[in-house]
Design a protein around this ligand. Structure first.
Ligand SMILES: [Zn+2]
Length: 117
């Protein structure tokens, strides 16, 4: 299944960059970095992919919407836990790991969804 998703990222440094990607299991197949400051844009890209896939599902696949809602709900809860953890931690690396964990949970839920198709 070839599915190229256009990604547009607004970096923290103010630089905008865009590219197309074929997601693997609802996630970026490789890391992406800002062309100007070099800061990691993979997490932002994964979020764009997740939203794009969710939007595609809701418009093209009516029968599976309930499953998708369930998956998204699980993702939101996982993401919320990640954010809460990030707030209670002081270290920047720990915050990053938490966000990474939340994003992974997001990808996992999407992965399970596509696996059952
Ligand atoms: Zn940047």
């Amino acid at each position: 299944m070839m599915l190229m998703i256009p990604i547009k990222i607004q970096c923290g440094c103010g630089q905008r960059y865009a590219f197309n990607v074929e997601p693997i299991c609802g996630r970026m197949p490789s890391q992406i970095a800002c062309p100007v400051c070099g800061s990691d844009g993979t997490i932002a890209a994964n979020e764009v992919i997740a939203y794009d896939l969710a939007a595609r599902q809701s418009t093209h696949d009516d029968g599976r919407t309930g499953v998708m809602v369930f998956a998204v709900m699980g993702c939101m809860i996982a993401g919320l836990v990640g954010v809460l953890k990030a707030f209670t931690m002081s270290g920047g690396v720990d915050v990053l790991l938490c966000l990474l964990g939340a994003t992974t949970a997001f990808g996992m839920a999407l992965c399970v969804y596509f696996w059952k198709r």
